[in-house]
Structure formats: C-alpha cells, structure tokens
Design a binder for this molecule. Structure first.
Ligand code: GDP
Ligand code: IMO
Ligand code: MG
Length: 424
C-alpha cells in the first residue's frame, strides 16, 4: 500500500512520530519537498532524533529511504545528518538514495535568504528558517538551478556555477551592498562533496515505479504543512514548495494512480512558527502555558511556536485540498487540565460569516474565529493506550473534531514516544 502523510496545519504537527510508527509497515520512505527547513522529531528508547532532510524511516533497520527530486539539498546539512546517524550506530549507506534531479542549495541561496529577511520592513518578513529554501526554489523555477546530477560532469557544473554566480553576485553587491562570493571557494566546497553525493544518486522515479510494481509499500513523508504550501497556504507567509498532496506526486515522480491513502496529521490544538496571520492564537497567558507544557520550540531554529485553539476552518481546507482519508491527532495530552476547550468552526471576515478558508491574506488576516466551547478533562492521559480509557470529555472533543473534519481519526497521540499512541 502506498500512503502519503501530510501536515494539515502550519507544520510541526508531529509528522516525524507518525512516520516512525507507519514506517514499520512500509518498505520505502520518501521525502518529496522542502529541505532542511523541516525538523521531524522521533523519540524511542530514551533517544531523541531530529531529522531535517533524511526520511524518518531511516531509524528502522532495513528500510530504504529516498530523497526525491522535489527536495532541495544542502550537501553540508545532508552529510552532517548522515554523520549523526552513523555515530548513533544507524547504517545509512546502501539504504539512502537521492534523486539526481534534486536541486542543490548553494551559499548564495542561504545568504540571499538571510539578507532578504533582515532587510524587510516591519510586517514584510516571512520569518523563514534562513536555510536558503526560497531562493533555491526560485532558481529552480527560473531555470538557473543546479541539480545533483549536474555534478556528474565537472565542466558542465563549472560552467553553470560560473554563469549563475555572476548574476547572484551582482545582486548581492548592488542590492544588498554585500561582498561577492568567491567562485573557487564554492566550487571547491561542492567538489569535495561530489563523489559522496553521487554515491547516493539514483533515478528515483524509476526506483519508485519498480518498487510499486514489485508490490513494495511506499510511505511519502511530507514536510511543513498545508497552510505553508506555496499555492494553498497563507501566501505570502508560506514556504516555497507544495506541502500538499500534489507535491508528493511531482516531488517524487510517482503517478497518482499508485497512491492508496492520504493521511493528515494535526495537533489537537494549533501552532505556527514564523510570521503570518493566525486567527485562533491564544491570549498571552494561555500561550505561555501551552508553549511550556507542549515544549513548543522549533525543532530546526529553536524559535518559540505560537499556539492557539484547534481551527476546523483551516482543517477542512486541508481535508479538501489533500483528499484526506484519515487523521492522526497529536499532543492530546497537552490539553489535559484546561477547564474548557475551544474549537473554531467558522470565521467572521469583515462582518460576514464563512465556513470556508479565505485565500486572500488581507481577508485571512481579518478572520475572527467563531468558537464552540467544550468541557475539558483534568486527568493525565499520557498512559492511556485505548480509546475507551480516555476521559469522556476527551472522547467528546475528538468526536467533534472528527465530525467537523468529516474524516475518521485513526491515531490519537498522547505523548512523544512510540508507545504513547492509541490506534483506532
Ligand atoms: P513534525 O515537524 O511534524 O515532525 O513535528 P516536530 O517534530 O517539529 O514537532 C512535534 C513535537 O511534538 C516533537 O517534539 C515531538 O516529540 C512532540 N510530540 C509528537 N507527538 C506528541 C504527543 O502526542 N504528545 C506530546 N507531548 N508530544 C508529542
Ligand atoms: P516541518 O517539516 C514549521 C516556516 C518558517 C516560515 C516559513 C517559510 O518540521 O513541519 P522557509 O525557511 O521554508 O522559507 O520558511 O515556513 N516553516 C516551517 N514551520 N514546520 C516546518 O517544517 C517548517 N518549515 C518552514 O518558519 O514561517
Ligand atoms: Mg518540525
């Protein structure tokens, strides 16, 4: 069975944990978009791993991991991660393949990301991870990107880098008054990674086609989330890739006719890191409480995540765009102890009531949530392993979320560890 796992909110929903659980019943795990802006946390046996680029399936011995063509790769970040895994005794060689069509992140991408963010006037910055993601995807679309497979020919690579760097340096000097980046340093740096990177390179669309024909089970690991999708998210406060279901298709080269199920991952509340509107954001005191209890600090940048109530308007948007078949609800344990819980079922935008997500940012930023209030529960639920053991109010809350999302809940997570999971 081929399954796609998608973040249904603004990222950090707990995709890493769910991938880790589902990887047991998969043969191949594929990352298909984003880059090392992602941070997927997996905890087991008192160990904690945060993976930025390598699919979370790597922690299961024997599983094959693929970094698809839709991912943007910073070789330094990739090899740092390989080293970290190998140091922990996890075999990577022979289990990790990288698409030769994947685009490479260069130092000028990172510098441009950083300078652009820092030079923005108030309210204009996106709050990016400064990993060079946006500029790298921009170059891909402008057809001046450099791909993993381009490293096979040193003269071709040299020619491309010379051509692109000249233009990028002009921009850096004239617009940002920065120093130009030296060609030799970048060339030597990439030349140093070249053989190792090509050692991982593969025609991954063909690999995935053959795996499907051989009845292997493939799990597609989304990064970011639906509301950070460059088309369907809160544009311009988004990332630069398609974090929705279509991204899995174009970003890996698998045909949609080979996909069996699409799984949405969402927290039992909502978080957002970086700038951009967030209608259900908590008032400061409650925000502090959930931030602390939920350890809501970015797995990549360490920034505090803003927290808020569950928002069924963006939730339904995620259900529609991705055609979600089932849901995994994460971090239910963090809501224990609150006297009451709110769920946004609609918005009021400029006085008008709507149940649909407004696409224009100037409308979305004016959205005032219409809340329903549900009774909370006081019990610690981190030891609960069965639906029937959950407090009645927790079950009522989840049933309401399920009804509003019009999608069955199949997983409820009550802690960060593998076994702190209720399967339905
Ligand atoms: P991802 O980017 O979607 O993989 O999510 P992150 O790893 O960035 O953030 C999710 C955080 O929540 C991580 O620190 C996880 O260890 C943690 N986590 C996941 N599920 C649960 C849960 O059910 N309860 C608690 N308390 N923590 C969880
Ligand atoms: P995972 O896979 C949460 C956010 C950044 C910023 C915006 C654009 O761990 O869920 P970028 O560096 O991509 O150009 O930043 O997107 N962002 C994420 N937020 N989780 C992520 O990944 C994110 N990746 C990017 O904070 O608002
Ligand atoms: Mg994350």
């Amino acid at each position: 069975m081929n399954r796609i796992l998608i973040g249904a909110q603004w990222g950090d929903e707990g995709k890493g944990k769910v991938i880790d659980l589902l990887a047991r019943k998969s043969d191949v795990i594929v990352r298909y978009q984003g880059g090392n802006n992602a941070g997927h946390t997996i905890k087991f046996n008192d160990q904690k791993f945060v993976l930025h680029l390598i699919p979370s399936g790597i922690l299961h011995p024997g599983k094959i991991c693929v970094i698809g063509n839709g991912v943007v790769i910073d070789p330094e970040a990739l090899f740092d991660e390989v080293a970290l895994l190998e140091k922990a005794g996890i075999k990577v060689r022979g289990r990790l393949f990288v698409s030769d069509q994947a685009h490479l992140i260069f130092p000028y991408h990172k510098l441009m990301d950083q300078l652009k963010e820092e030079s923005c006037k108030k309210g204009k910055a996106i709050g990016t991870t400064k990993r060079g993601i946006g500029p790298c995807y921009a170059d891909k679309m402008a057809r001046v990107g450099i791909r993993v497979g381009d490293l096979k020919s040193l003269p071709y690579f040299k020619d491309r880098l010379t051509y692109v760097l000249k233009e990028r340096n002009e921009f850096l000097v004239k617009i940002h008054h920065a120093r130009p980046l030296p060609f030799k340093k970048i060339f030597d740096h990439f030349n140093q990674y070249r053989a190792r990177l090509l050692g991982f390179a593969l025609d991954t669309p063909k690999y995935l086609y053959d795996a499907t024909k051989a009845r292997k089970d493939i799990l597609f690991e989304g990064a970011q989330g639906t509301l950070l999708d460059v088309d369907h998210g809160t544009y311009p406060f988004v990332t630069s890739s398609n974090a929705t279901v279509g991204g899995a298709i174009t970003g890996s080269g698998i045909s949609p006719t080979f996909i069996d199920r699409v799984i949405g991952v969402t927290k039992a509340y909502t978080t957002r890191v970086g700038e951009g509107p967030f209608p259900t954001q908590f008032p400061p005191k409650l925000m502090k409480l959930i931030q602390t209890k939920g350890e809501e600090f970015g797995a990549t940048t360490g920034r505090a995540r803003r927290c808020g109530w569950f928002d069924a308007v963006i939730g339904r948007h995620a259900v529609r765009i991705n055609g979600l078949d089932e849901l995994a609800i994460m971090k239910l344990d963090i809501l224990s102890g609150l006297p009451e819980l709110k769920i946004a079922t609609a918005y009021r935008v400029n006085g008008k009531l709507t149940k649909d997500y407004p696409h224009a940012i100037f409308e979305f930023s004016k959205a005032r949530p219409v809340y329903e209030t549900w009774k909370g529960w006081q019990e610690d639920i981190t030891h609960v392993r069965r639906w029937s053991q959950l407090p009645l109010n927790a079950r009522r809350y989840l049933k309401r979320v399920e009804a509003l999302m019009e999608t069955p809940i199949k997983i409820v997570s009550v802690g960060s560890k593998r076994n702190q999971t209720i399967f339905l």
